[in-house]
Ligand binder design. Structure first.
Ligand code: GAR
Length: 197
């Protein structure tokens, strides 16, 4: 029996990056070419739109609602329990809007990746697009990186750059960056699965 490499994707909202990864997995036939599959999509929000998208594609879904746990540690432990039922080689944060405990990060050491909507190390944290506009940046972008204990840090795997146009508001810029996120995240994951990074 061939042992499949499982991916678990964590989301909190719309799940467009998750959808791009699922699409790449399907069109590039990751099961055959990389021996890999998206085993599950897990959300901390029961109303995350991405859950429906995942279900519609036949992917297992789960909710670990952070509001149901008394502490960050208790939530992260429940999340780890849910993730580990799939024994993943990679845990993919795709718009997962929770700060993770050091215990969680070290449990997935070498297996945890994130996408952030800025050209890291610039603009860690929230409101990246408005902050890029406020700083009069001429370029913005997105970064796929390995996750370390420090928020939005860790070795960079892929980046994409977009221009900031004169009349952009934060939504315009976010939309332009998001189209690039959908290209670089599946690419970075496929590279990791090939062992090329
Ligand atoms: C994406 O822009 C992603 O980079 C960002 O949230 C959005 C999720 O969109 N992530 C972060 O800000 C994490 N710090 P999606 O749910 O449509 O993929």
């Amino acid at each position: 029996m061939i042992c499949m490499k499982n991916l678990v994707i964590l989301i909190s909202g719309g799940g467009s990056n998750m959808a791009a990864i699922l699409k790449a997995a399907q069109t590039q036939r990751w099961v055959d070419t990389l021996g890999a599959q998206v085993a599950a999509v897990i959300s901390n929000r029961p109303d995350a739109k991405g859950l429906e998208l995942a279900k519609a594609q036949g992917v297992a879904t789960a909710v670990v609602n952070h509001l149901s746990y008394p502490s960050r540690d208790a939530f992260d432990q429940a999340l780890m329990d849910s993730i580990d039922t799939h024994n993943p080689v990679l845990v993919v944060l795709a718009g997962f809007m929770r700060i993770l405990t050091p215990g969680f990060v070290s449990h997935y050491d070498g297996r945890l990746v994130n996408i952030h909507p800025s050209l890291l190390p610039a603009f860690t944290g929230l409101h990246t697009h408005q902050r890029a506009l406020d700083a009069a940046c001429k370029f913005a972008g997105a970064t796929v990186h390995r996750v370390t204990a420090e928020l939005d840090h860790g070795p960079i795997l892929e980046q994409a750059v977009v221009p900031v146009l004169p009349d952009d508001d934060a939504d315009d810029l976010a939309a332009r960056v998001l189209t690039q996120e959908h290209l670089i995240y599946p690419r970075a994951i496929a590279k990791l699965l090939r062992g090329a990074v």
